[in-house]
Design a protein around this ligand. Structure first.
Ligand code: ADP
Ligand code: MG
Length: 630
């Protein structure tokens, strides 16, 4: 059959690992292999249509794209054929012997980090392309002929470490495109059943823009099972919820239901149609460092690219497409980047998506809460990056606060319930919500019934630096500068002391503070009496100006801040321990140990370590010894 001897190639190491997992996967939903192969076939057809814009001869007398699935129950086989662009020998080796695409690479990285059993779950979520055929097949043969060439190649593998490539007879090959034959394993026999395959294809691939034909067994009458019409060209009233959801799944590669569907046609100066979805669950690549979007650009129903950045990066979780008739079909990459038409479209689509989100926030609060759980951290990047949309995004944002419990609060809620005379919106940032809730810096705010935003996403430390105000109130970190809390009464006021008593204590405290300032001068910028503490003895805050504590840590961690500014140590004047230390004015050695230990305690409360563990242990020991002698 082959015109030349087959060459043997080993798979790239990652592919071999992936295949091993595919074959041994206990994951029950093996149906995904069909979706993956159909989507590759459709991509190949779309690539050909795109190449044919510059080179119409490629289409020859066979201009209509099609995908044909032929079943063969007797031989336990399923064959998928497309008349798309096909692959040359080099393309085959590159595409089917290595891990070419970013999704598969991301998948492998996830797998390395997790258990194999979870890996099996992930296969279903990711699909992972062509290689998923080895979940059902013992042997896969791919014959392909690149459009416009007169040679064909056959790639074969049993998925166990290597594959062969050989030249194929033209008479055995499709005239153009690719034929994939899966020799199914015994357990996968059901995939030769017409009903099974028809159901799966309709469900998973019902809206790929290439018609799909099914042949029940060799020689049987072909039957078209999907018509390849572009769903987005129909009017909204003709499209059912289920059709939207199916389309969403095929365009996003996800399995959930969309949380939000935005379908509209812009007319007037620019003409384009958008069909976009906010996923119901987080896509796997949301926090990839390249922060790429996945909106596809079509021109007059021809797929052009998914690289046109049709949405700002903070909307990169949105999946879908824009189809416009305003651009020429042969639009180049450079043109795409500079096109004023595209920038107008980008603006229009962005506005529409934001206003749909606003509507949802208003009318379907519960749904929006879930959406915010999934994508809030990404949306907030826009507060930092998109000056024009900053106010809109701030209003859309949801926050955990000291009073929110498990629900969310908006800044409008916050401002409405702010204290008389309160000019700031207070916040604290940090890596973890529970830790934030336990921060000593919050105590004074709690005691006065002042709400504080608890910001625990990593992006928060950034946008707060340039968001800065909402309805006339500026945002203020409670771990930085003075707390200005004296003007607000505590909800449970402390019991009265005689004036003489409190003057005495104030004197002793001032004395202790002066002492601490001198002894800790290398480590802190200042020591002062705190308004923000009620239960804890001490806390650290940043000086006014510069960064707040959290931002300082992030920058230091990233090596961006060689010499951190010294923090301010605050002492709780009402705390029994602070008072007891203040009262021990005569024992200087004890006092020195005590103020160092107070500083270390503040560091620990801040999530850090004592700066000198050995000195810390020795001081602690001396203080214990002194206490046991007393
Ligand atoms: P992806 O589709 O995300 O690139 P796959 O693993 O599904 O990843 O496919 C790998 C590559 O193999 C494709 O990018 C494409 O270059 C090539 N390929 C797979 N199937 C076909 C096909 N039917 N026609 C042409 N090329 C194909
Ligand atoms: Mg694919």
């Amino acid at each position: 059959m082959t015109a030349a001897a087959a060459e043997n190639h080993a798979f790239e190491a990652d592919v071999a690992r992936l295949l091993h997992m595919m074959v041994h996967s206990v994951y029950s939903d093996k149906d995904v292999f069909l979706r993956e192969l159909v989507s590759n076939a459709a991509d190949a057809c779309e690539k050909l249509r795109y190449e044919a814009i510059a080179n119409p001869a490629l289409l020859g007398d066979d201009a209509n794209s099609r995908i044909t699935i032929t079943l063969d129950p007797d031989l336990n086989r399923i064959v998928l054929e497309d008349n798309g662009v096909g692959m040359s020998r080099e393309e085959m080796i590159e595409a089917l012997g290595t891990i070419a695409r970013s999704g598969t690479r991301a998948f492998m990285e996830r797998i390395t980090a997790s258990q194999a059993s979870e890996g099996a779950q992930l296969i279903g979520q990711f699909g992972v392309g062509f290689y998923s055929s080895f979940m059902v097949a013992e042997q896969v043969d791919v014959i392909s002929r690149r459009a416009g060439t007169d040679e064909a190649w056959i790639w074969s593998s049993d998925g166990k470490g290597s594959y062969t490539v050989a030249e194929a007879d033209l008479s055995d090959a499709p005239k153009r495109g690719t034929r994939i034959t899966l020799n199914l394993s015994e357990e996968a026999k059901d995939y030769t059943s017409r009903w099974t395959v028809e159901r799966i294809v309709k469900q998973q691939s019902g809206h790929v823009p290439v018609p799909i034909t099914l042949i029940e067994k060799p020689g049987a009458e072909p039957a078209e099972i999907t018509d390849g019409s572009a769903l987005w060209t129909k009017s909204k009233s003709e499209i059912s919820e289920t059709e939207y959801a199916d389309f969403y799944r095929s365009v996003s590669g996800q399995y959930d239901d969309p949380a939000l569907t935005v379908h509209f046609r812009a007319e007037g100066r620019h003409e384009y149609t958008t069909l976009a979805f906010v996923p119901g669950a987080q896509p796997f690549d949301m926090f990839d460092p390249d922060r790429k979007g996945r909106m596809k650009l079509y021109v007059k129903r021809v797929f052009i690219t998914d690289d046109a950045e049709l949405l700002p990066r903070y909307l990169r979780f949105v999946r879908g497409l824009v189809d416009t008739s305003d651009l020429p079909l042969n639009v180049s990459r450079e043109m795409i980047q500079e096109s004023p038409i595209l920038s107008a479209i980008r603006k229009g689509v962005t506005n529409r998506i934001l206003s749909s989100l606003e509507k949802m926030a208003e009318n379907e609060a519960d749904k929006f809460k879930t959406l915010w759980d999934n994508f809030g951290a990404v949306l907030k990047e826009g507060i930092y990056e998109d000056f024009e949309k900053k106010a809109q995004l701030l209003a859309l944002s949801r926050f955990r606060t000291t009073t929110s419990g498990d629900s969310y609060r908006t800044l409008a809620d916050y401002v409405k319930d702010a204290k008389e005379g309160q000019s700031a919106i207070y916040y604290i940032t940090g890596g973890n919500l529970d830790q934030l809730k336990a921060s000593p810096q919050l105590e004074g705010f709690r005691a006065r019934g002042i709400e504080v935003l608890l910001l625990s996403d990593s992006i928060d430390a950034f946008w707060v630096m340039n968001a800065p105000e909402f309805e006339g109130k500026s945002l203020k970190s409670i771990t930085q500068g003075g707390a200005d809390l004296a003007q607000f009464a505590k909800t449970d006021a402390p019991k009265d002391e005689s004036e003489a008593e409190s003057a005495d204590k104030a004197g002793a405290l001032a004395d202790l503070i002066a002492f601490a300032k001198e002894k800790l001068a290398d480590a802190v910028a200042d020591v002062r009496s705190s308004e923000r503490l009620t239960e804890s003895a001490v806390c650290l805050v940043a000086s006014e100006g510069g960064y707040d504590r959290q931002m300082e840590k992030i920058l230091q961690g990233a090596g961006q801040l060689p010499s951190a500014a010294k923090p301010v140590l605050e002492l709780n004047p009402d705390h029994s321990m602070v008072r007891a230390i203040a009262a021990q004015a005569s024992d200087a050695a004890f006092r020195e140990d005590a103020v160092h230990l107070l500083l270390d305690q503040a560091r620990v409360l801040d999530g850090d370590k004592p700066s000198d563990p050995r000195a810390f242990a020795e001081r602690l020991q001396r203080v214990f010894e002194r206490a046991s002698r007393a």
